[in-house]
Design a protein around this ligand. Structure first.
Ligand SMILES: [Fe+2]
Length: 195
């Protein structure tokens, strides 16, 4: 997280222009950049494509606004993976402790607002089996920088045969290619580069 808290009044920012000006800094696997870092909450702009199949779970709420393009957010609800397509112009709210995994195609731009974590709150990075929806790996940490920490943590998971294999059905969770597009007919499907 940037060291400087936004504590002065800034001029309004045209987000699409701001993304164009910083396009080289939106790098997979997460493809995000901080827009505002406040005392109470922070705002990220998240581009695409991302290249991740981890789920994020915290005791904090998250607010999504999709500025450009359509994305898909996988959530875990009642033990199964649910696909939510968030279309351009739509908004989405994730209650606390709902594991979620946004899938963002190239050219998409989303806004995510999260609160600064209170002392002692932990972050969970989880992986669920895409075949049987079993929780395959859960890592809990006190996280000060979700950009750096999450990237290195998921890289080490993908490289580890034992951790990344579902004990229930033996599906190996691999490092995913970047999202190429989201299909919604007949079913929601995230198509990755090379598929
Ligand atoms: Fe499985």
């Amino acid at each position: 997280m940037p060291a400087t808290v936004t504590d002065t009044v800034l001029s309004p920012i045209n987000i699409k222009q701001w993304v164009e000006d910083h396009i080289d800094e939106f790098k997979p696997p997460v493809s995000n950049k901080y827009l505002y870092l406040g005392k109470d909450f922070f705002v990220m702009v998240i581009g695409g494509p991302n290249a991740r199949n981890d789920f994020h779970k915290t005791d904090s709420e998250e607010y999504f606004y999709q500025l450009k393009g359509d994305i898909c957010v996988h959530t875990i609800e009642n033990g199964t993976i649910v696909d939510h397509v968030i279309r351009e112009g739509e908004t989405f709210f994730i209650p606390p402790n709902v594991p979620h995994a946004p899938q963002r195609p190239p050219g998409s731009i989303g806004i995510v607002v999260e609160r600064n974590r209170p002392d002692g709150e932990t972050e969970h990075q989880q992986f669920y089996c895409p075949s049987c929806h079993e929780l395959v790996w859960n890592e809990e940490f006190d996280c000060k920088d979700i950009v750096e920490h999450f990237s290195s943590s998921m890289e080490s998971f993908w490289a580890d045969d034992e951790r990344a294999t579902c004990s229930n059905c033996k599906t190996r969770i691999k490092k995913p290619a970047p999202v190429a597009r989201i299909e919604t007919e007949p079913d929601v499907r995230v198509i990755r580069e090379g598929e």
